[in-house]
Design a binder for this molecule. Sequence first.
Ligand code: PLP
Length: 217
Amino acid sequence: MEIVENLIKISENIPENVSLIAVSKTKSKNLIELAYNHGQRDFGENKVQELVEKYNSLQKDINWHMIGHLQRNKVKQIAPFVYLIHSVDSYRLLIEINKQGFKNGRIINVLVQIDISKDNTKFGFTYAEFDELIKLNKLKDLKNINLKGMMGMASFSSDLSIIEREFNQLNDFYNKHKTNLNLNILSMGMSGDYKIAIKCNSNMIRLGSTIFGTRIK
Ligand SMILES: *Cc1c(COP(=O)(O)O)cnc(C)c1O
C-alpha cells in the first residue's frame, strides 16, 4: 500500500500541468497493478522485452512510455502500441520509427533526447546536432512520427547547481524550438532531481524509486 501513499504524496506536491510517469522497470505486475488501481495510467520502461511482456499481460488502457535507449532493430516490437518514446537519439532511429509507424497505420509520438549531462554515459543529440536536423528540415517527410518535445537527463551530481544549470539550458533550448515545431512536452526529472526539474519548467517527470522503492537490479 506504500505505493499508493507515495503516489498521493507526489501528486499533492507537483503542479497540475506536470504529468507523472511511473517508472516500473524491474517491478512486478502486481506492484504496477497497485498503482493502476489507484488511477495511475502512465508507466515507463527502459527495456523493449520487459515493455512488451508487461503490455501483453496488463490492462490495455495503460499508456506505455519507452524511456530507455532504443535499438533500431527493436522498434518494430513496440511500434504497435507504444504511447510515447522519450529516448530518440538519432536521425536513423527517427527514420525507423517512422517506417514502423507507417507499417502499423500509426503516428508515433516521440521526444528527442538531448544529451545535457557531463557524464559520458548518456545518449542523445547534442544541441548542435538537433539544430542541424531542423535547419536541414529533415523531419518534414516523416509523416508517421509526431515530435512532441524533448527529454533530458542531468548529470549524476550532488551539486544541485550543476543539475539546475543543465535543466535550465534544456528549457531554453526547448523554448527556442517550441513554437516552430509545435512542441508541448519537456520531460525532465527523476526521483533525485524532479523538484529542480519542475522549477526549470519540466511538465513530465519520470519517477521510479520514489514510487516503487529502490531497485535491487
Ligand atoms: C530509471 C529511469 C528513471 C527513474 O529513475 P528513479 O531514479 O528511480 O526515479 C527515469 N528516467 C529514465 C530514463 C530511467 O532510465
